[in-house]
Design a protein around this ligand. Structure first.
Ligand SMILES: NC(=O)c1ccc[n+]([C@@H]2O[C@H](COP(=O)([O-])OP(=O)(O)OC[C@H]3O[C@@H](n4cnc5c(N)ncnc54)[C@H](OP(=O)(O)O)[C@@H]3O)[C@@H](O)[C@H]2O)c1
Length: 312
């Protein structure tokens, strides 16, 4: 991973933090996605010190807010000429109904629409690399959801667990559809389930009954190090070079729910994401430019400003 440029969202905690740390230890240039300046800056200091790698930096943005996603991508692009690995890890569950400034329910906004938008905005940087990889951190919980996307924004029938499961099902559809559309571009995209991990996930949600279940089952839960293992594998291993459109658990490609394999729904959901985010992917342009612009070498070519990573 020497000098590969890796962007890990939600890297200030849990699974994302371990992923960023391990990629930094492997010699990658690592950019952490954070939403709190102090937390992100402290995480950068910690990862630089633990990995001995000065090329660790952060970009700030609330990834449930589409305007901030756009700014986040613009900032990345102003500093980095390439992106080799994008880990779409930031995610959350929301106890009560809430919506982003575009009036999109928060779970779907963060765990699906924001990922659709960020990945789309960064694809032109990913195509510069000979091979680049997108890893979507999904969840086995997607299996709980049915393909009922028409009422995802219904405030009156909101249930946190249902909305979370639906958002991860949407992410599975997105992964499969994107893999299909990226075929032949050198960019791969896979989804994974990290296991049931003791992290900050669910803080604020795990109260009452769910809090009790969480406490009682703590010894059964995995650590963030275990949870990050498959992400790091997908980001770095030669064994999965060229593999795309798969769902991984414990480093093995496995089956996802039958709902997630309904191609008609994947297409409808793609259209919904286009309308909701007001953003259309341009695959034709990507494929044409792909032919002309791809770097001929696996040697990373860093923009001089990428040196900023060590000074920020
Ligand atoms: N833990 C599990 O059992 C489990 C199981 C299956 C899937 N997952 C998935 O794994 C991923 C990582 O979860 P985790 O367990 O590591 O949880 P975590 O410890 O709560 O970490 C979540 C990360 O996402 C960031 N984040 C949350 N909301 C954000 C927003 N609006 N904008 C930008 N960043 C935001 C958090 O930032 P702050 O530090 O600022 O809060 C944090 O860095 C999530 O996608 C989750 O759905 C987790």
């Amino acid at each position: 991973m020497q000098n590969k440029i890796c962007l890990v969202t939600g890297a200030t905690s849990g699974i994302g933090y371990v992923t960023a740390l391990e990629l930094a230890k492997m010699g990658a240039v690592v950019i952490l996605g954070g939403r709190d300046m102090e937390k992100a800056a402290n995480t950068v200091i910690k990862i630089r010190s633990e990995s001995g790698n000065p090329y660790v930096d952060f970009i700030l943005g609330d990834l449930s807010n589409f305007e901030e996603v756009r700014k986040f991508a613009t900032e990345f692009k102003s500093q980095y000429s390439r992106l080799d690995v994008l880990v779409n890890n930031a995610g959350a569950i929301f106890k009560e109904y809430d919506a982003n400034p575009d009036r999109v329910e928060m779970t779907m906004a963060l765990n699906f629409f924001g990922i659709y938008l960020l990945s789309g905005l960064l694809l032109d940087r990913m195509k510069v690399s000979v091979h680049s990889r997108i890893i979507n951190v999904s969840s086995m919980m997607h299996k709980m959801a049915k393909n009922n996307f028409s009422s995802y924004n219904d405030e009156h029938n909101y249930k946190a667990i249902n909305s979370y499961a639906l958002s991860k099902l949407a992410l599975m559809h997105f992964t499969y559809k994107l893999a299909e559309k990226l075929n032949g571009t050198g960019i791969t995209v896979n989804a994974m389930h990290p296991g049931w991990v003791k992290s900050n996930f669910g803080n604020g949600f795990y109260t009452g009954f769910y809090g009790l279940v969480d406490t009682l089952t703590t010894p059964l839960q995995s650590t963030p190090v275990q949870g990050a293992n498959t992400i790091i594998y997908l980001a770095s291993s030669g064994e999965v070079a060229g593999i795309s459109g798969k769902y991984f658990i414990k480093r093995k490609a496995t089956g996802s729910s039958s709902a997630s394999c309904d191609k008609e729904v994947s297409t409808e959901l793609w259209d919904l994401a286009e309308r909701t985010c007001k953003f259309k992917y341009d695959f034709e342009k990507l494929k044409t430019e792909n032919k002309n612009e791809k770097s001929n070498s696996d040697e990373p070519k860093m923009n001089p400003s990428e040196d900023n990573a060590k000074d920020k």
